[in-house]
Design a protein around this ligand. Structure first.
Ligand code: IPD
Ligand code: CA
Length: 264
C-alpha cells in the first residue's frame, strides 16, 4: 500500500516516539525490584514520548493544535486541525512489565477524525486508518470479525478501579454481558482494544470514562474496518460522552441491548 503524505508524517512521529518507549520498557523490569519502584520512571517515559510526538508533528504540520494526555490542550493557529495524542496507552500494563501498551495519534479536521495511528511497540504491530481509505495492520487490510452468534463472541471491556467510574453500573453491565457471550477480556489499553475489534480479534468492546486521546484513532480504525461505533448508551458520538461500544453491525446492536438491560 502507498502511504499518503499525512500518514507518513504520523507514522514517522509514532515510530520515533516508540523507540524511546521501547527502550524504557526494557528498564521497567529492573526497576520493579528497586526500592523506589518504577512509578516516576514511567511518568518520565510517558512525558518523553509525548514530547517526541509533539515536536515531530509540529515540525511537519506547523500551526495544528493538540489535545494531549500529559500536556493538555494547546490551541493552534490553524483552528481546523488538531492532534489527539496518547503517548502511552496502557500505562498500568507498562508499569507492571506487561507488554500490552500503545501509542495512539489521531488527526481531527473540522470536527471529524480523519486519520489514526495506533502502534504496539512490544509486538511491532502498526494499525493505521484514514477516512474513506480503509484500515490496515502492518500494511494488510483489516476487517472486523464476521461472527454474528453472540455465544461465540469474545467481548472486551474496560473496568473502573479505585477512585474511577461507577462500579455498580459496571458490575451490572458485566453480569448482563457475561451471561450471553463466549468470553470476556480486560486488557488495559483502550486504543489496542479498539484496534483488536478493527482486525477481528475481539468481536465487540465497551468502556465508560475514556478521553479523546484514548479512542479517537481507534474509533476511525473500527469504522474503516467496517465496524459500527456509538457511545455505550447508543448515541452516535463517543467523543462527546467518553463512553464507547463497538463491533460488527450485529455484535454492536446486541451489545447495546445487553448494556441497556443493565441500566434498567
Ligand atoms: C487507560 C487505558 C485503560 C482504560 C483507562 C485509560 P492510560 O489509559 O486505556 O485500558 O481502561 O480508562 O485511562 O491511562 O493507560 O493512558
Ligand atoms: Ca490512554
Amino acid at each position: 500500500m502507498i502511504r499518503s503524505p499525512l500518514m507518513t508524517v504520523m507514522t514517522d512521529a509514532v515510530m520515533k516516539a516508540s523507540r524511546s518507549l521501547k527502550r524504557d520498557f526494557g528498564e521497567v523490569e529492573n526497576l520493579q525490584v528497586s526500592r523506589k519502584g518504577p512509578g516516576d520512571f514511567v511518568s518520565a517515559a510517558d512525558r518523553k514520548a509525548e514530547k517526541i510526538l509533539r515536536e515531530a508533528l509540529e515540525k511537519a504540520r506547523p500551526g495544528y493544535g493538540f489535545v494531549m494526555e500529559e500536556q493538555g490542550i494547546v490551541e493552534g493557529t490553524d483552528t481546523s486541525h488538531r492532534w489527539h495524542i496518547d503517548p502511552l496507552d496502557g500505562t498500568t500494563n507498562f508499569l507492571h512489565g506487561l507488554p500490552q501498551f500503545a501509542i495512539s495519534v489521531a488527526l481531527e479536521r473540522d470536527g471529524q477524525i480523519v486519520a489514526g495511528v495506533i502502534y504496539d511497540p512490544a509486538k511491532d504491530e502498526l494499525f493505521i486508518a484514514e477516512k474513506g481509505k480503509g484500515a490496515y495492520l502492518n500494511n494488510r487490510r483489516i476487517r472486523v470479525a464476521a461472527r454474528t452468534e453472540v455465544p461465540d463472541a469474545v467481548v472486551a471491556c474496560g473496568l473502573p478501579h479505585i477512585g474511577k467510574g461507577d462500579h455498580g453500573l459496571f458490575l451490572r453491565e458485566c453480569a448482563s454481558v457475561m451471561a450471553h457471550v463466549g468470553g470476556m477480556r480486560r486488557w488495559g489499553a483502550a486504543a489496542l482494544d479498539l484496534a483488536y475489534v478493527a482486525c477481528g480479534r475481539f468481536d465487540a468492546y465497551w468502556e465508560r470514562g475514556l478521553n479523546s486521546w484514548d479512542m479517537a484513532a481507534g474509533i476511525l480504525m473500527v469504522r474503516e474496518a467496517g465496524g459500527f461505533v456509538s457511545d455505550a448508551d447508543g448515541a452516535p458520538n463517543p467523543l462527546a460522552s467518553g463512553s464507547i461500544a463497538c463491533g460488527n453491525e450485529t455484535m454492536h446492536r446486541e451489545l447495546l441491548k445487553l448494556l441497556k438491560k443493565a441500566k434498567g
